[in-house]
Design a protein around this ligand. Structure first.
Ligand code: PHE
Ligand code: FE
Length: 284
């Protein structure tokens, strides 16, 4: 095979995708004609169920951008989406066989190419799947790539990732990805909303993250975020909240070198480490 498969987190699961199809940069061709009717039907049902859950829970920017994905009744062809995405923000999506290693991942993001897994979950994984599939990647991630500020944030995150990797800080920066791009919450004028793809593509966590009193919520603090370990197979114990994509963009603009040093000397925090009550964001 051209490249090695990847499994993140502690796991005995074999990697799901066929990495033999991948080029050296881990991208592959979306094998659209290989999708079965059952695959298209899984996508259609996931899309229908998830889009009905969004009002009052997903952020306005996501709801506004979702129609840009186009067809809902089957798995879209990535080229169809790129015809709209490229002119909108200069991004394009590229197919990958599954999770890819950090360095090529950062390289794709830095060049405004978002990797999208091309296979879809099996019907018995309708409610939950640990690995990203085409539904998570398209429905969760791609709508906000139509938002110019968020799109720039993701590109700059990729460039920052290459730098972090050179500094041996890739794992620390990946926590920022996790707690913003995957599991971020945003404070809107009318209440707390989700903008992270891991939440937006999950039926259970969408409501849980925004309305449950069980998890802790705290305003995004870069060092706290990069110190905080995360769970890959359960709802998050802690959510980090931003005020706007512009705030996120501005906050992450400065050089992170000093942050990495500070985070290293402060040490890791557990995913559910207690947040002081005066820093905690409460509901209501
Ligand atoms: N500004 C960060 C640095 O210099 C890079 C970065 C940008 C990280 C955007 C995250 C998001 O290292
Ligand atoms: Fe994701």
């Amino acid at each position: 095979m051209a490249v090695e498969p990847v499994v993140y987190g502690a796991s005995d699961r074999p990697p799901r995708g066929d990495y033999g199809r991948a080029r050296d940069d881990y991208t592959c061709t979306q094998n659209w004609s290989a999708y079965t009717d059952a695959d298209h039907d899984t996508y259609r049902r996931l899309y229908e169920r998830q889009s009905a859950l969004l009002p009052g829970l997903a952020c306005d920017a996501f709801i506004a951008a979702l129609p840009s994905l186009g067809v809902k009744s089957r798995i879209p062809r990535f080229e169809e989406i790129n015809e709209r995405l490229k002119p909108a923000t200069g991004w394009e999506i590229v197919a990958v066989p599954g999770l890819i290693p950090e360095r090529p991942f950062f390289e794709l993001l830095a060049s405004r190419r978002f990797p999208v897994t091309d296979w879809i979950r099996k019907p018995d994984e309708f409610e939950y799947i640990v690995e990203p599939d085409v539904f998570h990647d398209l429905f969760g991630h791609v709508p906000l790539l139509f938002n110019p500020v968020f799109a720039d944030y993701v590109q700059r995150y990729g460039a920052g990732g290459l730098k972090a990797d050179d500094l041996g800080a890739g794992e620390l920066l990946s926590r920022l990805y996790w707690y913003t791009i995957e599991f971020g919450l945003i404070q809107q004028a009318d209440g707390l909303r989700a903008y992270g793809a891991g939440i937006l593509s999950s039926s259970g966590e969408l409501r849980h993250s925004v309305t449950s009193t069980a998890p802790q919520r705290i305003a995004l603090d870069l060092q706290r975020c990069m110190r905080t370990r995360y769970k890959i197979d359960d709802y998050q114990a802690t959510y980090f909240v931003i005020d706007s994509f512009q705030q996120l963009f501005d906050m992450t603009a400065p050089d992170f070198t000093a942050h990495y040093a500070a985070v290293r000397s402060a040490g890791d925090l557990a995913a559910d480490a207690t947040i002081a009550s005066d820093s905690r964001i409460t509901l209501g």
